[in-house]
Design a protein around this ligand. Sequence first.
Ligand code: PRT
Ligand code: ZN
Length: 297
Amino acid sequence: MSRLRVAIQKSGRLSEQSLELLKKCGLQFMRSKDKLFWYGKDFPVDLLLVRDDDIPRLLLDGVCDLGIVGENIAQEVMLERNGGSGLNCLRKLGFGNCRLSIAVPEATNAAQGEITRLEQLEGLRVATSYPALTRELLNKKGISTRIVELSGSVEIAPSLGTADAISDLVSTGTTLRANHLRELEIIFESEAGLFGSQAEVSEEKQQLLQLLLARLEGVIQASASKYVMLHAPREALARITELLPGVEHPSVMPLEGSDRIAIHAVCGETLFWEHLEALKAVGASAILVLPVEKMLA
Ligand code: PRT
Ligand code: ZN
């Protein structure tokens, strides 16, 4: 029987959420001693735990069927190895969000050669761990730079005098500020995705993949959804439906011994306190908001 092999990051920013997501899809694993290969127990999906940079390569080489990795790495490896293609993002996963930005040294004034526009980078040195992606994105904007490839600590390159600017991942911006760098422009936005290769797979693997994708969709939608229950005057039904974000057809039930009704609905969007206060203002009472554990469309 066919089995799917999924690569996830062994230890790093994406590891915990990748594993958590797969577990929520009902997958359980027997952890082997070397911790690199985990055999799937009840569902024919096995895990390979590797460095994130290796994941796109494992997919392109056909060693793994699926991989969870940042779009930044997937794009970099595709550009470097495969002319920018070869992998499909099957589902964006909503974590590992960051941006690839060009940053320059903070200069006190223009006389000190302050760089304020991307075009000023023409012919200058840009340090990065993403040489292919940076070159491609800057070339698209008509800017040609000298790329200084570094595998880490990119942010210290300008102060060491080895680069005029950097192209690096940013999430909070703390690292840039700590190194007296200013974010000039975002050139790429990234999040973790479930990737697969564009190569043909067997019918059996395709079926397994579809099953896993449907579960994944359910898990992602469930985590964003809430089940809402409330009581309201019958005449407020239309207004209440409008106020419940992402709801079109709520369930409506009579309340024994009362002229009010009970309304139940699954909200596909975040419910803030303001939403509940607005519901109360149009006559809703006994408002309950519950988490949704699983969903299957
Ligand atoms: O060992 P392995 O190679 O597997 O891991 P790694 O060290 O290469 O990667 P890791 O775990 O740091 O990141 C994995 C993925 O997380 C990246 O490929 C991105 O898709 C995503 N991600 C999200 C980030 C960040 N946010 C992030 N902030 N990756 C790196 N950073 C770094 C950035 O390079 C910079 O040094 O964090 C610093 C900036 O953060 P702020 O918050 O100071 O702006
Ligand atoms: Zn890495």
